[in-house]
Design a protein around this ligand. Sequence first.
Ligand SMILES: Nc1ncnc2c1ncn2[C@@H]1O[C@H](COP(=O)(O)OP(=O)(O)O)[C@@H](O)[C@H]1O
Ligand SMILES: [Mg+2]
Length: 288
Amino acid sequence: MPNICYYDFYKAKGSPENIGANERRIRLYLAHWGLQRQPFENTLDLRFLYLSSQHEEALSRLSYVIESRKEAAVLTGEVGCGKSLLCRTLMHKLSEENYTVGFIPNPQYSALEFLQALLFSLGERELPEKKLPLLVALQKKLGEEAEKGKHCVAVIDEAHLMSATTLEEARLLLNYQFPDRIIFTLILVGQPELKDLVEQNRPLDQRVFLKYHLFPLALEETAAYMTFRLKQAGLLENVFSPTAIEQIAAVTGGIPRRINTVCDLCLLAGYGAGVKQINADVVNAVVT
Ligand SMILES: Nc1ncnc2c1ncn2[C@@H]1O[C@H](COP(=O)(O)OP(=O)(O)O)[C@@H](O)[C@H]1O
Ligand SMILES: [Mg+2]
């Protein structure tokens, strides 16, 4: 393989002075592989969602929690496993007609700010500054939505970053149910330590109907994941050789975000070298 600086190019992709030149290179890279778009971008683009058996199971169980009006669920997984993408998919599936969904991507707030953020995410723009009127406003909002026939759902991503106090505030909101039915479901999503955090709050833990942990992809799933993403980007054959796939599964530990990065680097290296198949040597060259 010629000695090309594909890694530097990759890192420079976003720098303003290179944008024109880089866009041209990306077009050439796509043309080289017969791709319509980049297959391994680390974005939350639902077109690229690959439903592994675990992702599918998680989605169906979380949907069940919401549809059957349970109070709370916890989704955990290592960084880069697909939790945020799964949240997006779940929220996408909930019809506007029947659900009001609040999403908090980062809950590193004081308890008061957290309540404000939640009220805001549920669509309110008047946010009381003091706790008591804020709680009243939240209770009112949940009640009004319920009267309109809409179930409220709060999805909190990166919930392992919540302080015990903020988590307790979230738990207390679960008391605002109607006497005869649940009107509000809390979905907590975060890294594995979230499980311990929730277990330390016993009243919350008791209300959690489902805990689901997403594991990294196994070898066959890694291969299927790569094939799927290539197909979604317009390439029908998997240009990675079986040994390249094994190597990628090993070096990434089956973590989708890492798989994306390594695959992207490999395609770039393959384009630079003018080859049409990625073998284990290319993988080794980009990861070392
Ligand atoms: N099931 C999946 N299908 C397609 N892409 C995925 C999947 N899981 C993860 N990814 C990719 O990996 C990246 C990291 O996923 P993300 O949901 O942000 O992980 P986490 O929230 O667990 O850290 C995403 O940008 C996405 O491109
Ligand atoms: Mg995430």
